[in-house]
Design a protein around this ligand. Structure first.
Ligand SMILES: *[C@@H]1O[C@H](CO)[C@@H](O)[C@H](O)[C@H]1NC(C)=O
Ligand SMILES: *[C@@H]1O[C@H](CO)[C@@H](O)[C@H](O)[C@H]1NC(C)=O
Ligand SMILES: [Zn+2]
Length: 374
């Protein structure tokens, strides 16, 4: 059977059986563009490469829907120079590519991490367990691990919070998403999701492991609160991170910086290895600061790149008035073309490259952990 007719068959079946009572989804496609579609139309948009926020749950809390202006992201002055080079370089020396490989091998062994599937719940359970193990010796008054329940689907987001010493109300967020998707038939087909976006998760897990073992366990502590977020359901239209940041905005939390890691392992040309720093729909001052980190701690350069509206979870931060930044594996047009399929596998990735991304995270949390927002 030709693939088109197979697809048509399944979408008829899916429409008839799975979605008869589901309400329409509200999708924000651009700053001023909102549409309402069925669940199957939404999937069809994803297949055709459209990016959007699924704001169905948030039409009463997001300013756009209350006919208010989108919140303006405050302008903070990030450090122009780095004052913790020795600490960061010592931490970087502990990056263990073996540990990253093992974690990603396990993470991609789930048949899929589709957020609506039982597998997606199981992969969240494994991730939560791993995080609990990594951080088990940190005193409870410093560390909390929250399972952020999304109610509509089972795969929860995970929020690891290391409470700051002098200014705990100032929050630095490191983000990545844990889910994967097979766009052909998400509920049926495999989605190893090694690069998209297991690699971001593993990059941040490794930074958290080193931060725990070589910094927090040695009795050191950030002055600002540092949080690691592992979002559910990015592939469904940034659903998980939207829930988290909308709640933060409603509660009046003060996120001073958010750095997203998503697709960190693919190198299109080893002769021209670099990271891509995203300059559209991100916060310029924070992006400039991340460039300082890259110049100081990485062995490869950065290139400016653009990735479009609603490209990854940092968009949920900026949409709620928090500064957001995003570093991706390379210039956007050179990123991994195997994502969202059964071919997004481990063997196509570079652990050296992922380790470079881990350096960015370590640099950012140490420098911003001791930075004063005012
Ligand atoms: C966490 O640690 C426990 C006890 O050492 C171990 O049994 C378990 O397999 C670990 N879990 C993960 C996910 O590594
Ligand atoms: C936290 O702030 C105190 C007081 O300003 C300072 O002495 C200390 O070095 C800071 N800690 C870090 C990790 O920067
Ligand atoms: Zn994706």
């Amino acid at each position: 059977m030709k693939i088109q007719s197979l697809l048509a068959f399944f979408s008829v079946v899916a429409t008839a059986w799975s979605f008869p009572y589901e309400p329409l989804r509200v999708l924000q496609m651009g700053e001023d563009e909102v549409i309402e579609v069925s669940e199957s139309e939404k999937l069809s948009l994803l297949r055709r490469g459209f990016k959007f926020f699924d704001v169905t749950k948030h039409t009463s809390s997001l300013p756009f829907f209350r006919k208010e202006k989108e919140p303006i992201v405050p302008k903070y002055t990030y450090p122009a120079e780095l004052s913790n080079k020795k600490v960061v370089n010592d931490l970087i020396a502990n990056i263990d590519k073996n540990s990253m490989y093992k974690n990603l091998a396990k993470f991609t062994s789930f048949y899929t991490r589709y957020y609506k599937s039982e597998y997606g719940f199981e992969s969240a359970e494994w991730l939560a367990d791993t995080i609990a193990n990594i951080t088990q010796d940190i005193p409870q008054d410093i560390l909390t691990i929250k399972h952020f329940d999304h109610k509509e689907w089972k795969q929860y987001s995970i929020i690891v919070r290391i409470t700051g010493f002098t200014t705990p109300e100032d929050i630095i967020v490191i983000g990545s998403h844990q889910d994967s998707i097979n766009l052909l038939l998400p509920s049926i087909m495999a989605a190893p999701g090694a690069d998209d976006n297991g690699s971001g998760t593993v990059t941040n897990l490794e930074a958290l492991r080193i931060y725990t073992e070589k910094y927090l366990k040695e009795g050191m502590r950030p002055n600002n609160t540092v949080e690691f977020h592992f979002y559910s359901a990015e592939e469904g239209g940034l659903l998980g991170s939207l829930d988290v940041f909308t709640e933060y905005a409603v509660q009046g939390k003060q996120v001073r910086a958010m750095l997203q890691q998503d697709m960190t392992g693919y190198v299109s040309d080893p002769e021209d290895e670099h990271v891509g720093i995203v300059t559209d729909y991100t916060t310029p001052a924070l992006t400039d600061f991340i460039k300082v980190i890259i110049n100081s701690y990485l062995s490869i350069p950065y290139r400016d790149t653009e990735c479009g509206y609603a490209c990854s979870d940092h968009g949920s931060a900026t949409k709620n008035g928090f500064p957001g930044s995003f570093v991706i594996e390379g210039e956007f047009e050179k990123t991994n073309k195997y994502i969202h399929s059964t071919m997004d596998t481990l063997d196509r990735l570079s652990f050296d490259h992922m380790a470079e991304h881990t350096k960015i995270v370590l640099g950012a949390i140490i420098e911003l952990g001791s930075w004063s927002a005012w």
